[in-house]
Ligand binder design. Structure first.
Ligand code: FDA
Length: 395
């Protein structure tokens, strides 16, 4: 005999936990299934263990999707302020780190515990270590064959996330279920991910591993982010790089302004009036890390003249390598370290008002499995909460 539920949610991550709790509050009998041994594993490691759970300034323009309008209804109906109210209600202390990003003061575990308590209070049955073996349509809903038995439901919510971090349980199951029911799935790729470099460049820049500088990173399509950039042993990382990686296509260049708030060329020329004998290296080292200045002068064969003797040609070159430094990344670190997966279930297949598949009654997709991807900064969790909450009102 199959165990019956009104709603089955596959995936006890951010979106699935929210959806299960809210559907339970509506009096629906909810079963939440996950193949992992813990719920909310990405939440636990997010934000360096403090979970950047939302962004005070979240709005639809912070999301990438083939249909940029799709996320509007969910984000408007369950906003960052709604989630913040839940966090407040549970007495979890938090702070704004930067740019509207809210983090727990203490630990990301508090967010998972909060969602588990919400689920528990709403009577949700959580089954972990449950492999989904088959999903089939029945006359009244869906039947799932799993490693823990057979379950039947009226509404099935797919909240299995994207492909990033397979070590934390990411699988393509959500895309497979979409395809099984005839929904289009857009090509996926890693987003919010460090860049790798071509071998020659990697060798030179690896010397700078650990150095972080302010930067203004610009992609081919003109999208730009002003945040820190970090040199690593493998390539480039840091918030500006992660952000721009979501807008980058293989083979395209990325341009960095390494002093976004001040023209270093103008500054050098000013210094040249009072200290013309100062060397270029010593002068620039007052503005940028010394190790980086040495590598930069070498790498771009700029020499080390006294700043009183900077020629027009050198001025142009300095402008270009400091304020318009262009590189073509070798690639990205891929799903192994990516924070998110771009692409996924085509939003044209779903109702933005309910998150249900337009042509498969009772089937819902929420969270990262859908082709809606946020910027770095708490936007992805907000999408998980908003889309999860919205589906919960309709399952
Ligand atoms: P999520 O990945 O959370 O959950 C999917 C669930 O489905 C998992 O529990 C998984 O085990 C389960 N599942 C998958 N396949 C299954 C199968 N075959 N059978 C059964 N269950 C299956 N975002 C943000 O806003 N702020 C932040 O601070 C961070 N930080 C961050 C750090 C790191 C290291 C990563 C990798 C990601 C982030 N993110 C983030 C992104 C954020 O974690 C992500 O967007 C959300 O967790 C997506 O929520 P979902 O519920 O859609 O998927």
């Amino acid at each position: 005999m199959a165990e019956q539920a009104d709603v089955i949610v596959i995936g006890a991550g951010a979106a699935g936990l929210m959806c299960a709790a809210e559907a339970g509050k509506r009096g629906r009998r909810v079963l939440l299934l996950d193949h992992g041994k813990k719920a909310g594993r990405k939440i636990i490691i997010s934000g360096g263990g403090r979970c950047n759970f939302t962004n005070m300034y979240a709005e639809p323009s912070n999301y990438l999707s083939q249909n940029p309008h799709f996320c509007k209804a969910a984000l408007a109906q369950y906003t960052q302020w709604d989630f913040i109210a839940m966090v407040d209600q549970h007495g979890i202390a938090y702070h704004e780190k930067t740019l509207g990003q809210l983090f727990c003061d203490d630990s990301a575990h508090q967010i998972v515990d909060m969602l588990l308590k919400e689920c528990d209070d709403a009577g949700v049955e959580l089954k972990l270590r449950t492999e989904i073996l088959a999903v089939e349509k029945t006359d009244v809903g869906f039947q799932l064959k799993t490693s823990q038995g057979v379950f039947e439901c009226e509404s099935l919510v797919v909240a299995t996330g994207g492909l990033s971090m397979p070590k934390l349980g990411a699988t393509p199951l959500g895309y497979q279920i979409a395809e099984q029911f005839g929904l289009n799935v857009l090509p996926t790729r890693a987003g919010l991910v460090p860049f790798t470099l071509h071998p020659e460049q990697k060798e030179v820049l690896a010397e700078l591993a650990g150095i972080s500088v302010d930067s203004y990173a610009t992609a081919e399509d003109g999208t730009a982010f002003k945040e820190a950039m970090l040199f690593t042993h493998r390539g480039l990382s840091g918030p500006s790089v992660l952000q721009i990686s979501s807008f980058w296509q293989p083979g395209e260049p990325v341009t960095f302004d390494l002093s976004p708030d001040e023209s270093l060329v103008d500054w050098l020329l000013e210094q040249a009036n009072s200290q013309p004998q100062l060397t270029l290296k010593n002068a620039l080292s007052r503005k940028l890390p010394k190790r980086m200045v040495e590598t930069w002068l070498d790498m771009h064969q700029l020499g080390n003249p006294a700043i009183g003797q900077i020629s027009n040609k050198l001025k142009e070159k300095l402008q270009s390598v400091l304020h318009e430094w262009q590189i073509i990344p070798g690639g990205t670190e891929g799903y192994r370290t990516a924070e998110v997966t771009l692409g996924g279930v085509d939003t044209n297949e779903l109702s933005s008002k309910t998150m249900a598949a337009k042509n498969v009654p009772g089937l819902f997709f929420i969270g990262e499995v859908v082709d809606v991807t946020g910027w770095l900064g708490g936007y992805n969790f907000q999408w998980a909460w908003s889309s999860g909450w919205l589906a919960a009102q309709h399952v």
